[in-house]
Design a protein around this ligand. Structure first.
Ligand SMILES: NC(=O)c1ccc[n+]([C@@H]2O[C@H](COP(=O)([O-])OP(=O)(O)OC[C@H]3O[C@@H](n4cnc5c(N)ncnc54)[C@H](O)[C@@H]3O)[C@@H](O)[C@H]2O)c1
Ligand SMILES: O[C@H]1[C@H](O)[C@@H](O)[C@H](O)[C@@H](O)[C@H]1O
Length: 340
């Protein structure tokens, strides 16, 4: 640890938190993980093992209130985020919050309002795809306009399987939320409406889950984006996005890694899960956040982006319930967030 290292506190030591603890300790420079909090203290201890000087707390709020913590990472379930975010804002320290910002737009708006009252952007939402090198290349291409304007996008979001208790609603606010964010970010437009449709149900879907789904979102500028969401596809983790523009198309996530030929077969590997597919994106997200947080700020999706994604999720849940196209209801973007 050097004098300028960012002293980071981590709240939540489950699947994601344990992964972020290793990331901060082993792969991110200029940061030192000094505290981990989780109501399940054993989990916090396991995540802290081998990290010299990292203490553990059974009361997660203590991680945020302790003066030797310069910035916080939240990796707890979305429903627990709001009080933790408000505590970090109150202390005036940067916070990298795993998606979703909060579970609904009303609570997300309270965070947006608290941040504006504090007068500084402190909250970053962990939409890690924004740091994936392929997605960044697509963003650069669309921003430059080399292929003309985007007209359509075709996306696929496939997971090998779902944990017990995964619901139709979670397919919208836990999984498709990534496409809501990448669409807003890639197009620099808000999402105006959403439709959810159900093709034939897969035999691999657990009881009660209507998997796959076909979600269509429409941007304020008239771009139509279809998202195939298949979260029990069995064979691996795939995330793809093809942008169809006026003078060309561009696809990300088509294939990744090595391509081999051997007797009787050729091809590459399918990634197993999101950690495998987006490892580089998570690492870059954290490195850039540490850099920005050392200067007191953020570098990624803002609280506004978290609010906007929550508003789309809410419309998505209504579309799911009523089986009809639903318009997104959200406030106008405050000037505070006018520069990205
Ligand atoms: N970016 C991604 O691709 C990605 C992938 C997976 C999960 N996530 C997000 O990460 C977050 C955590 O997911 P996970 O899969 O690690 O969940 P998890 O259930 O494995 O872990 C959550 C941890 O939070 C702890 N916890 C519960 N309530 C708490 C509270 N009030 N205060 C502090 N800790 C509390 C639990 O004891 C548990 O250890 C969620 O917001 C999830 O959506 C993001
Ligand atoms: O929480 C996870 C995570 O966000 C993954 O990136 C996504 O692919 C899954 O669908 C979701 O359940």
């Amino acid at each position: 640890m050097t004098e300028q290292d960012l002293r980071v506190g981590l709240v939540g030591a489950g699947k994601m938190g344990a992964d972020h603890a290793r990331r901060l300790h082993e792969r991110v420079s200029n940061a030192k993980l000094v505290a981990i909090g989780d109501p399940d203290l054993d989990r916090a201890k396991r995540a802290a093992s081998g990290i010299e000087g990292c203490r553990t707390h059974g009361d997660p709020a203590e991680v945020i209130s302790t003066s030797d913590v310069d910035a916080v990472v939240l990796a707890t379930p979305g429903a627990t985020h709001e009080p933790l975010l408000l505590a970090a804002i109150e202390r005036g320290i940067p916070v990298l919050c795993e998606k979703p910002l909060t579970p609904d737009s009303k609570s997300a708006l309270r965070v947006v309002e608290a941040e504006q009252a504090a007068g500084r952007r402190l909250v970053q939402v962990g939409f890690m795809r924004r740091f994936d090198p392929e997605y960044r290349e697509l963003k650069r291409l669309l921003d430059a306009g080399d292929f003309g304007r985007a007209l359509l996008m075709h996306c696929a979001h496939r997971n090998p399987s779902t944990p017990p208790g995964f619901t139709d609603e979670m397919m919208v606010f836990d999984s498709a939320v990534h496409e809501f964010d990448t669409t807003r970010w890639l197009l620099d437009e808000e999402i105006a409406a959403i439709t959810v449709r159900h093709p034939r149900r897969s035999a691999t879907a657990p009881e009660g889950l209507r998997d796959p789904k076909l979600i269509t979102i429409e941007s304020t500028g008239g771009v139509v984006v279809d998202v195939e969401l298949f979260v029990n596809c069995g064979f691996g983790y795939q995330v793809r996005c093809e942008a169809v523009c006026e003078r060309g198309t561009a696809l990300v996530g088509g294939s990744a890694g090595m391509f081999s030929h051997t007797e009787g077969r050729w091809g590459g590997d399918v990634t197993k899960d999101f950690r495998d597919r987006f490892m580089q994106a998570f690492d870059l997200e954290f490195q850039r956040w540490v850099h920005a947080a050392r200067g007191g700020g953020i570098d990624g999706a803002s609280a506004w982006d978290g609010y906007a994604a929550a508003a789309v999720c809410e419309a998505g849940l209504a579309a799911l319930a009523d089986d009809c196209r639903t318009e997104v209801d959200m406030i106008a973007k405050p000037d505070f967030y006018s520069t990205s």
